[in-house]
Design a protein around this ligand. Sequence first.
Ligand code: SF4
Ligand code: SF4
Length: 247
Amino acid sequence: MAIHEKSLIESDRIMEHESLVVDGVDVSGHWNTMIKPRYIADYDDDFEKIIQSYGGGENVHRCWQCGSCTNSCTVYALNTDFNPRYWIYLTRLGLKEELIKDKDIIWQCVSCNKCTSICPKDVRPEGVMKALAHWLEDEGHTETSPSHVFDDEFWAQVEKTGRIEDAHVIMNFFKKTKQPLLQPWLTAFTTRMIKHLPFAHLIRMGLNFVFTPRTKSWGRTGKVLRDYVEGEKVAARQRRQQIKEAA
Ligand code: SF4
Ligand code: SF4
């Protein structure tokens, strides 16, 4: 049998033979690579429930491992170590230690949602990636990730004004992640915008940046949204606590 994603198997568990005879049958060729069996005892039966308690992780149990998410993934195209299908598999098996080994890469999901669009089972893999990144942070395995900082900044602006002021999001994100504001790509982007956008539009953007207007009647709507989000967070924390206590 072909071994898919061979890179995910520890090299000392792979046995390769030029030729191989099993029980008197010559299985050289397709069958010349075997994996040594592994017995796993350190799984957490409740881990899937924990990930389901995070926003975005609710449908992780639906995965049937077709691999479409990984095949379509923007980050996987650049780095084959980034593998949503594999992490969903580990989540379902409760193999937390295996997930922790990849803690420095899981947060790199760019939220393009290609995986979510293609998933035939509505697992919403992008949400699962976020749920895993948040779990790693909550358990102290990683620092607050840049994508989490970005999410928080994005949400803070929606909550306050009911709209997004891109320049504020970018500036605050760079400040909080201690990155220089003068990034070459940002300078090139701004220069092109100044060259090609109509003058009146640039003036309007400048005014919006300085005065950051609120969406009409946002006060009450913002409060309802804020209360809902806070309520969801508290409920999720309580669910996780109950799962831990019941374990
Ligand atoms: S596309 Fe959906 S069903 Fe297929 S492996 Fe990814 S999460 Fe699972
Ligand atoms: S949302 Fe994340 S996991 Fe999904 S395709 Fe984009 S980068 Fe990959």
